[in-house]
Design a binder for this molecule. Structure first.
Ligand SMILES: Cc1ncc(COP(=O)(O)O)c(C=O)c1O
Length: 384
């Protein structure tokens, strides 16, 4: 029995073959630090990092690759943005759909820097109403933070409208693109957000241990670095460099993983995010259509024609979500995630907080229609 991996919203697996090859080759044949020694392998390591940075910029419609800062994961990117941009007594508008990687840094700021917080509600599918943003904004609103897509219901938010409203009121916009980068075409030139955070290991198909933060041109003087140290440039200066990406990238980068991310981006550019999105959509439709025929299963989230990503969550009558996921794994080696998915507030909004959350299925680029069919049969057998 082969494993059926349906937890791509946590991290994507498998990776394209060229990702494994690139990591292995870099480790064996190079292994040098980037931006440090001037010897040939060091220069080559720096070229690997620059090529990956440029590939990220191309994929996300960013004109200047130096606006892409590498981090360890989406959480690190969100922390960098939130703690770096807020000042004491600022007001922040965020939403109940957010992941703890947004909620907890904001809560920390609330407790330690008197930041005021507004958590906007969502509807029964997980959509946030942009008009609520306009109502919530105050004279001291510094930042609007919102997930591009919910990691629980898959609802894709109207970021462009929200950004327009925030900018009309001089507030900055930070988008958590954890569930959309690589899954949905993103053009930052068009979206005009100020900051965008993503992991490199989910839809971007790179290895764990990679993440990025996009910083809009001109914003870096307002964005404090959280870590100071060696950057390989301006070494004689006592002060941290002001320019990007160095200002926000102290210490050695994870070059082997960035070599892998670079290969993943090559794969994405060859196959196109739009094609991958179509593939996710087909599998999502199949999942929703199959699950909706099962009498003891209730789906939470948008239907398959509404704006969404390939994350489908449901409850199963008579089962605790964790027990159901464990049963799927034990009986058929179907791997999905159950619980609150690190997004506790949305479960309050959906009414699933008291029942242990939901069971979530998130197919990926390599998931097949046959695997979804096997999964639906297994869910049907267990739930009836
Ligand atoms: C919406 C959302 N934001 C942030 C994160 C955190 O990303 P990372 O695991 O890369 O730190 C996740 C991960 O599941 C997520 O789904």
């Amino acid at each position: 029995m082969d494993r059926i991996y349906l937890d791509n919203a946590a991290t994507s697996w498998p990776k394209p073959e060229i990702v494994y090859t690139a990591i292995d080759r870099f480790q064996r044949e190079n292994g040098a630090a980037a931006g440090r020694g001037a010897y040939q392998s060091g220069q080559q390591a720096q070229r690997v990092v620059s090529a990956t940075r440029s590939a990220c910029a191309r994929l996300l419609g960013i004109a200047d690759p130096s606006r892409v800062v590498f981090t360890a994961n989406g959480t690190a990117s969100l922390n960098l943005a939130i703690h770096g941009i807020l000042n004491p007594a600022d007001h922040v508008v965020t939403t109940v759909i957010e992941h703890n990687s947004v909620l907890r840094p904001l809560e920390y700021q609330h407790r330690h820097s008197d930041i005021e917080l507004t958590h906007l509600p969502c509807d029964g599918s997980g959509y946030v109403d942009p008009d609520e943003v306009a109502v919530a904004i105050r004279s001291n609103t510094r930042l609007v933070v919102i997930s591009h897509a919910s990691n629980v219901t898959g609802a894709l938010q109207p970021i462009k409208r929200i950004t327009r409203i925030a900018h009309e009121h001089d507030a900055l916009v930070l988008v958590d693109a954890a569930q959309t980068a690589g899954c949905v075409p993103i053009n930052l030139d068009d979206l005009e957000v100020d900051l965008l955070a993503a992991g490199g290991h989910k839809g971007l198909l790179g290895p764990l241990g990679t993440g990025l933060l996009y910083v809009r041109p001109g914003l870096e003087p307002k964005l404090r670095e959280l870590i100071q140290g060696g950057t390989g440039v301006n070494s004689a200066a006592a002060k941290q460099p002001d320019q990007l990406p160095e200002k926000l990238e102290s210490g050695n980068l994870n070059v082997p993983a960035l070599a892998g991310l670079g290969a993943a981006l090559e794969f994405l550019s060859e196959h196109s995010t739009a094609n991958i999105q179509r593939h996710h959509q087909q599998l999502t439709e199949q999942l929703i259509s199959g699950l909706s025929q099962l009498p003891n299963v209730k789906i939470y989230g948008p239907n398959s024609t509404e704006p969404r990503v390939g994350v489908v969550s449901c409850s199963v009558e008579g089962y605790d979500p964790q027990e159901f996921a464990a049963a799927l794994d034990a009986s058929c080696q179907i791997e999905c995630r159950a619980g609150l998915h690190c997004a506790p507030r949305i479960h309050g909004a959906l009414g699933t907080d008291q029942s242990g959350g939901l069971v979530r299925f998130s197919p990926g680029w390599a998931t097949t229609s046959e695997e979804i069919e096997t999964t639906l049969q297994a869910i049907s057998a267990l739930s009836s």
